[in-house]
Design a protein around this ligand. Structure first.
Ligand SMILES: Nc1ncnc2c1ncn2[C@@H]1O[C@H](COP(=O)(O)OP(=O)(O)O)[C@@H](O)[C@H]1O
Ligand code: SF4
Ligand SMILES: [Mg+2]
Length: 337
């Protein structure tokens, strides 16, 4: 059984100018002891999904439908008290900016101690040893634990946030864009630490990122989102080398380190739809070089394509031809749409 399975999750935001359908098909699994990447362009609903799993959502966010099965029980149906009990002790969250996880006016040791005592009911006498161990675990010198957040570099602050999240031995760690603000060398170091922690602690990690090269570097599985919907998921090598969805094909062209060098990147033309009024049919159709009439009328569902790999595209019978054309820059020129 997977540690986490989302089935048909739908999440809306109520706003003064209409309902934003931020997540419309949140369907994916996080197997135990794996690192799963949740990837997609900015605004596609990644943070909304991640926060729904933690239960800490914006006030105007509403789960409309679907299930969040964590370790065998549905968190959507859980009481607020049950949700609070799961957060930190079983599911820990590293929010999008490390500064969001840390209070600038308190020493880091004070913040970790609060979590250990208030949430984890640690005895005071055991706290210093635990903080030392957490600092070492994430590659930080325990001698720095009494510093304030601003005294750390960006990469070190991210490590502090990870240490804080791991304080109570969670089963699932959700990290939202943990390396986005860091330079490439520090990114690799933090990702290496996450991979090492996953192995040593046998935890599961959901790594949220807009950067598919981060997924390729560190994840076992990938979930690709487009405009609020999961459009493809499966083992990383399988999905990146043999994608079934044209959006995934486009994404792999648009990032360095994968198929191309930085100067050969091919962007996907156009921009994602307004989630207050998404297009009918396949949401990617307005930007898809392979769209046919059916795509603009009917919404394709996620279907199994083998080896634990799923995708939602009407044209999966033409996948070999689409993969080959997707490698040509001309296919993605705005004039081809
Ligand atoms: N509190 C909110 N109220 C209204 N709309 C929101 C709110 N938070 C996010 N959104 C909208 O929901 C969509 C998904 O946002 P988000 O989950 O932050 O995406 P991502 O993390 O992939 O960038 C976007 O269109 C965003 O503008
Ligand atoms: S369903 Fe159609 S528009 Fe959507 S990704 Fe597949 S080919 Fe493109
Ligand atoms: Mg986000």
């Amino acid at each position: 059984m997977s540690i986490l399975a989302l089935n048909g999750l739908r999440i809306d935001y109520a706003t003064a100018i209409g309902t934003v359908s931020a997540v419309d098909r949140g369907t994916f699994v996080v197997p135990r002891s794996e690192i799963v990447g949740l990837v997609g362009e900015s605004g596609c609903g990644k943070t909304t999904l991640a926060r729904a799993i933690t239960g800490v959502m914006a006030r105007n966010a509403h789960v409309i439908d679907g299930e969040i099965i964590f370790d065998g029980r549905d968190l959507v149906a859980a009481t607020p008290a049950e949700r609070r009990d799961v957060l930190w002790r079983q599911i820990a969250f590293v929010p999008q900016s490390a500064m969001n996880a840390l209070d600038p006016v308190y020493r880091v040791s004070t913040q970790i101690r609060e979590v250990l005592i208030d949430r984890g009911r640690y005895r005071r006498a055991n706290v210093p040893a635990r903080i030392d161990a957490l600092f070492r675990m994430v590659g930080l010198d325990p001698g720095r634990q009494h510093d304030y957040p601003h005294q750390f570099s960006g990469g070190m602050r991210q490590r502090v946030s990870i240490a804080l999240a791991l304080a109570l031995n969670p089963k699932l760690l959700i990290a939202d864009e943990p390396v986005t603000a860091l330079d490439v060398i520090v990114q690799r170091q933090v990702l290496d630490t996450l991979r090492d922690l996953q192995k040593r602690l046998a935890i599961s990690i959901l790594l949220v990122t807009h950067d598919i090269s981060v997924v390729a570097y560190v994840c076992n599985r990938v979930v690709v989102m487009y405009a609020g919907q999961v459009v493809e998921q499966g083992p990383v090598a399988e999905v990146l080398e043999q994608p079934f969805h044209p959006y995934t094909m486009g994404l792999t062209n648009a990032f360095p380190d994968l198929a191309r060098a930085r100067d050969q990147l091919v962007p996907i033309p156009g921009s994602p739809p307004d989630l207050r009024n998404p297009p009918p049919g396949c949401r990617f159709a307005p930007r898809c070089p392979f769209a046919i009439d059916r795509c603009r009328a009917e919404d394709p569902q996620l279907i199994d394509v083998g080896n634990g790999h799923q995708a939602s595209c009407w044209r999966s019978d033409a996948v070999v031809e689409m993969r080959s054309k997707a490698k040509e820059a001309a296919t993605w020129s705005p004039s081809s749409l």
